[in-house]
Write a protein that binds this ligand. Structure first.
Ligand code: FAD
Length: 853
């Protein structure tokens, strides 16, 4: 074995082989792939994976990776044998709810470039004759889905990589790592030391254990998962084709099935999640566990637990009567990985430079993840936006064993469930609470979770009596506010009829996890003043010599402005895509507060610190709190507490200053994400409760309320404010996203400048547009396909019913030629199409007068 390689890949399963293949094609030759098992049936999860590839996914990135993988496997062959059978798929529905959800899933598929169709029960049976038609209400059929021959694909990719100079070694077990100068410098194995500059860990379920040898955390848990193979079925006698039937999902019963010649394979997620501690995993094949398929000997397989399979077997036999009575010839509890959010973990570990991860990946995505990892290693960027997969996306608590266990358990349990976009995780909660939490509880806050934070979505105190009709609810909400005020609130300017409409318009799916109280809060915030808890907004302090230079290099805007300036800007990647949007407040010459989108931004910034830099980047989110004080009466309220002048002249829009609110030292920023006059008020967390109480008491005469994130979300959309990760991401340039105003190409060098100069010259090929639906009572949710002239031309990012503008509207990506106001398109929602037109944006206060008042 080599004693030096520029890059060592650990693991020769589907991910390691795919990464090696793509690296070789990118010209990286000095790569060594090692595996503790024999090549290429190593005993890892890939060795026994039945290989079903269902490409449809709520995540655009994972769907694109699956599409790429299906194409890649389809192009590969080994000694003339195919690595992919594109037999198509059927996801069947046996309840009306599932049938409706299949339409929703078809929408995702179309939005992300697939060509799915929802077909009748009879059509489903004609494609898969073993199905019991009377049980079916319909099925989702996706033509390009199929079966990957995973081990074959590994070997085919490995041979291609070997042909380009990559080395593979089986039966080499990693036992440790060495570091030098804060970077990984060698891999230690039971066959010697391999000096290296980089490591890519593709060790699947063993990932956490191997990474810990380097002091790196991989938040995933191995889970057992049942799969069986039948004896030959009489119904398939004489069928000599290896695979002809479409692959099948029966999500109502958490089952899937595939044909294997004249036999069938059946997998089940029905049993309670059976999680395994990484320390309990075996490393080697066991000599004493024979099984027909050879599975039991593999170290990624646990003994089959028949008691968990009785129910699933009954259920699959009910759906496919030909399986009834069939003998099960091989059975296993195989193991694979689940992360807290169910997505892969890809990228360079923020804990150890040079140590890369590509973990928790299904065969379905292995081809794509390998490509992404290779591109990231080679160029620092890849074709797809990686926000759903980024190694740095996890909050600190997500690395704890307890959290990984609890969330991994739920991810397994819910794998085939119908999940509403606003459905809340149940545990572990509460994890992080703001200093205002007890006051919010007293106001009947309904908390939604975000990155571990408890965040009020709306407050029942603003409703009182949710069983009342919409009009009375608003009256009640106002009465509550009135009772709290020592003088009557200002009357709302919207008429009673429109208020009624605004409050009652949501129905069905879009009314779930929502309350009309949110609409009432929205109206009150636009008319008086409301407190929005913004504590969960991640923020960093960037300080020390070189802080300005670092931020200038990372962002698209000119940040060299006087202290007290606030700048909304983009952080782009080298290809000019928006990696994040951030707000930078200059507090002193080399001292900045930066509002970011999450831990990935911190990792990106730290990764760009020049060698020997004295810049400090500190996450100050937990030590501070923030309350948004927004609404036409916000200045009256804030000024009544502030020691300094907050007039428009003294503190204009997009300026910040330090002052005291009562006794509380505050940083006040004149910005608003809801489009109203007002401030973000920051203070040390320990002062938070006092700050809230001061604002609340001083706000009573003004009719103050606390408002939740549901109102916040609707208000920001009316103003057209983009939400990074939802409305745009690293596959979009600021010009396309409507954020071209943040780009100052003439400010000097910054990351992405060259690409952005080209992008500006070329002009945007697509744009983020505001679409107003003709029918104000149809409210979509996001991720729906948009049609024009009989084809899918784009997809929805965010949507709402605008309570102030009284329109159902959505933001969507469209080709530039369809982006002009007045263009007519259709949005597909649960299989129906609804007409919408491109609208001039923003819909609310387009001149920004309310903000600047
Ligand atoms: P692995 O294939 O496990 O590869 C990791 C490698 O790392 C192993 O070969 C191991 O030997 C090596 N390694 C570990 N530790 C060390 C060390 N210390 N030193 C050297 N080498 C080491 N996915 C689908 O997409 N479709 C399916 O239909 C499907 N069905 C499944 C059915 C079952 C029963 C199970 C259990 C999983 C299924 N999966 C399916 C999931 C899929 O099998 C895995 O997610 C995927 O194979 C993981 O690939 P990998 O390369 O990350 O890991």
């Amino acid at each position: 074995m080599k004693s030096h390689a520029q890059l060592v890949i650990i693991g020769a399963g589907i991910v390691g082989c795919s990464a090696a293949y793509h690296l070789a094609r990118l010209g990286r030759r000095d790569v060594l792939v090692i595996d503790q098992g024999p090549l290429f049936e190593t005993g890892g999860s890939t060795s026994h994976a039945p290989g079903l590839v269902f490409q449809t996914n709520a995540s655009q990135t994972l769907c694109h990776m699956a599409q790429y993988a299906a194409r890649l496997y389809g192009e590969l062959s080994l000694d003339g044998l195919p690595c992919f059978h594109p037999v198509g798929s059927l996801e069947v529905a046996t309840t009306p709810e599932r049938l409706a959800d299949l339409h929703r899933r078809a929408g995702w598929g179309r939005a992300w470039g697939l060509e799915p169709e929802v077909i009748s029960a009879a059509e489903a049976r004609s494609r898969l004759p073993l199905l019991d038609e009377p049980q079916l209400l319909g099925a989702l059929a996706v033509p390009g889905d199929g079966i990957a021959k995973a081990v074959r694909a590994c070997e085919a990719m490995a041979r291609a990589a070997q042909g380009l100079g990559v080395a593979f070694e089986g039966r080499v077990r990693v036992t440790g790592f060495e570091t030098a100068g804060g970077r990984v410098s060698a891999v230690l194995t039971d066959r010697g030391r391999v000096a290296c500059e980089q490591v890519l860990l593709c060790a699947g379920i063993w990932g956490p254990r191997v990474a810990r040898l380097a002091g790196v955390s991989v938040p995933l848990t191995p889970c057992q998962h049942q799969y069986v193979r039948t004896a030959a079925l009489p119904a398939l006698a004489g069928d000599s084709r290896e695979v002809a039937h479409p692959i099948l999902r029966h999500q109502e019963r958490a089952l899937y099935a595939r044909q294997i010649g004249d036999c069938y394979g059946v997998g089940s997620y029905q049993h309670e999640p059976l999680l395994v501690r990484p320390e309990a995993l075996r490393d080697t094949f066991s000599p004493s566990a024979p099984s027909a398929a050879g599975w039991q000997a593999m170290p990624s397989v646990m003994p089959f637990t028949p008691e968990h399979f009785a129910g699933p077997w009954e259920d699959i036999a009910a759906l496919m009567p030909a399986l009834r009575g069939a003998e099960i010839t091989a059975a296993m509890n195989g193991m694979f990985s689940f992360t807290p959010d169910g997505n892969p973990v890809v990228g360079e570990s923020p804990e150890l430079p040079g140590f890369w991860l590509a973990e928790a990946v299904w065969v379905t995505h292995g081809g794509g993840v390998g490509k992404a990892a290779a591109e990231l290693l080679a160029a620092g960027e890849c074709e797809w936006d990686m926000r759903d997969c980024d190694v740095a996306r996890f909050e600190p608590h997500a690395h704890s064993r307890r959290y990984v266990h609890a969330r991994g358990w739920s991810q397994y349990d819910e794998v085939y469930d119908i999940i509403h976009p606003l459905q809340q995780m149940e545990r572990p909660r509460p994890l992080r609470t703001s200093p205002f939490y007890i006051r919010q509880q007293a106001l009947g806050a309904v908390f939604f979770e975000g990155r571990g934070w408890e965040r009020p979505q709306w407050y029942e105190a603003n409703a009182e009596g949710t069983t009342l009709n919409a009009e009375r609810q608003l009256a009640e909400a106002l009465a509550v506010a009135e009772r709290a005020a020592s003088q009557p609130p200002q009357p709302l300017s919207l008429g009673a009829a429109s208020r009624d409409k605004a409050l009652s318009v949501r129905r069905g799916w879009s009314a779930l996890n929502w309350s009309p109280v949110a609409a009432a809060e929205h109206l009150v915030a636009r008319e008086r003043v409301a407190l929005f808890d913004m504590t969960s907004l991640p923020r960093l302090e960037v300080s020390g010599p070189g802080a300005l230079a670092l931020l200038q290099r990372l962002t698209t805007s000119e940040l060299d402005r006087p202290a007290g300036s606030v700048v909304y800007t983009c952080m782009c990647g080298p290809a000019g895509g928006v990696r994040s949007d951030i707000t930078v407040t200059r507090l002193a010459e080399e001292l900045f507060q930066v509002a970011v989108n999450g831990p990935s931004d911190l990792a990106w910034m730290r990764a760009h610190l020049p060698p020997g830099s004295r810049v400090q980047i500190r996450d100050i989110t937990l030590g501070t709190c923030c309350v948004g004080v927004w609404g036409p009466r916000a200045r009256d309220l804030a000024q009544s507490l502030a020691e300094d002048d907050l007039s428009n002249e003294a503190l204009p829009y997009f300026r910040a200053r330090r002052t005291f609110f009562g006794e509380v030292p505050c940083l006040v920023q004149r910005v608003s994400y809801v489009g109203e006059l007002g401030y973000e008020v920051y203070a040390d967390a320990a002062y938070g409760l006092r700050l809230w109480d001061l604002l609340w008491d001083a706000g009573r005469p003004l009719g103050i309320i606390a408002a939740g994130r549901a109102a916040f979300e609707c208000m920001r959309l009316e103003k057209g404010y983009r939400l990074w990760g939802t409305d745009m991401h690293s596959e979009h340039t600021p010009y396309e996203a409507g954020l071209g105003f943040t780009v100052r190409l003439d400010k000097g060098e910054f990351i992405g400048r060259e690409a952005l100069a080209h992008a500006r010259e070329r002009g945007p090929r697509r744009r983020l547009c505001c679409l107003a639906l003709d029918d104000p009572a149809t409210i979509v949710m996001g991720r729906e396909p948009v049609w024009a002239a009989g084809r899918v031309v784009g997809y929805v990012t965010s949507a709402t019913y605008g309570v102030s503008v009284q329109k159902s509207f959505a933001y969507a990506w469209l080709p530039s030629e369809l982006a002009a106001p007045g263009e007519r398109v259709e949005i597909e929602y649960f299989g129906q199409r609804y007409v919408a037109s491109v609208a001039r944006e923003p819909l609310f206060d387009p001149r920004g007068e309310r903000l600047r008042g």
